[in-house]
Design a protein around this ligand. Structure first.
Ligand SMILES: NC(=O)c1ccc[n+]([C@@H]2O[C@H](COP(=O)([O-])OP(=O)(O)OC[C@H]3O[C@@H](n4cnc5c(N)ncnc54)[C@H](OP(=O)(O)O)[C@@H]3O)[C@@H](O)[C@H]2O)c1
Length: 331
């Protein structure tokens, strides 16, 4: 028997996430497998903001929290995945997984070259594809245009800003600390970086994008911040609604001011997306990201938490802005 540890939902997420939302449970997994089966041990896991809203509909109390992981095959009765193979799968917050149907349960791995495996959960995984497709497809940026990114020092935002620079845009990023702003400006090449906790968005955009000159806005945070950004957009501006983290812990429906008049006046195209819509094109996004990383045009940072026991705390940290770049759990 292998003893698997897993994090389950102890009580539904309502409002701010706290440690008592989680319960660590042990489960015995037999090591004697049937033909075709695999036993895998997690190497890297990920915490992502979507788990906060996804759990409201996708996790009942007692369920293992869902999420992707990179794991190593430790027992195998499947010739395609010998012992030692590295796999990516949506196994949830668990240390060990019995894979019964490898074809269904294991996702395609990215061609990583000599990059760290954990990047398959970041720039070469779901957040990377979110930045690549969510920005390029919906914002359709052109050289010389002005792009605003919120959540700009996070997993997705830090990549969006760099892709915008590759496309020849002027990039304005908003993040929650001076250190984060310094990183995106000095190391990632953003043209302007503002700490939204210290500088009001109107003041910032009057300086960095005067006279309503924002062409594209990639929105990770939503709420009043986004309502204000929309008032600085050019006619026919494009807005990609990726996330709304400032609202995920809300217990009541946010009230106005509403953004619709700005959308009407400036004839904006505002579109939300879920990244799985481009799943059939994942390989195209991975190829581009791999090339840009190797060329040094895209840099990445990981906020690594060591230890499975600390996973809930790392998740809570996303809502407190503790991470710069991608939040990763290392076993
Ligand atoms: N549509 C999709 O398919 C899709 C896919 C992936 C992610 N997303 C969304 O994209 C956004 C970013 O995800 P990520 O994985 O890259 O996370 P992340 O940005 O790496 O981490 C979350 C960050 O959000 C910021 N934040 C937390 N509370 C905030 C608040 N009240 N107001 C403003 N900022 C706040 C914090 O940074 P600061 O220090 O800067 O506050 C924190 O570090 C999330 O909204 C997520 O749900 C959507």
């Amino acid at each position: 028997m292998v003893i698997c540890k897993k994090w389950t939902l102890a009580k539904p997420f309502i409002g701010k996430v706290t440690p008592d939302n989680f319960k660590l449970v042990k489960e015995d997994i037999p090591e004697k497998l049937n033909d075709g089966e695999l036993l895998c041990e997690a190497v890297y896991l990920t915490v992502d903001p979507y788990m906060r809203i996804g759990a409201e509909t996708g996790n009942a109390v007692g369920d293992t929290l869902f999420g992707e992981q990179i794991a190593k095959v430790i027992v195998s009765k499947n010739a395609k995945y010998p012992v030692g193979s590295i796999v990516r799968m949506h196994a949830g917050w668990r240390t060990h997984t019995l894979v019964k149907d490898a074809e269904k349960e294991i996702s395609r791995s990215a061609e990583m070259g000599d990059l760290p495996l954990s990047l398959m959960l970041g720039a070469m995984g779901m957040p990377g594809m979110t930045a690549y497709f969510g920005f390029l497809e919906l914002c359709q940026p052109k050289a010389g245009e002005t792009v605003v990114v919120s959540g700009a020092a996070g997993a997705v935002g830090s990549l969006v800003g760099q892709i915008a620079k590759i496309k020849g845009c002027k990039v304005i990023g908003f993040a929650g600390t001076e250190e984060k702003c310094k990183w995106i400006k000095e190391e990632l090449g953003f043209d302007f970086a503002y700490n939204y906790k210290k500088t009001d968005v109107d003041t910032a955009l009057k300086e960095a994008a005067p006279d309503k000159s924002v062409d594209c806005y990639f929105d990770n945070v939503g709420g009043m911040f986004t309502v204000k950004v929309l008032t600085h957009m050019k006619t026919f501006g494009r807005v990609s609604i990726c996330g709304s983290i400032s609202n995920y812990n809300d217990t009541s429906v946010p009230t106005g001011p509403l953004p619709f008049f700005s959308i009407l006046k400036s004839q904006l195209r505002v579109e939300g997306f879920i990244v799985s819509r481009w799943y059939s094109r994942w390989e195209e996004g991975e190829t581009a990201m791999l090339r840009w990383i190797k060329e040094g045009k895209i840099k990445y940072k990981e906020h690594v938490t060591e230890g499975f026991e600390k996973m809930p705390d790392a998740f809570i940290g996303l809502f407190e802005g503790r991470n710069t770049g991608k939040a990763i759990i290392k076993m």
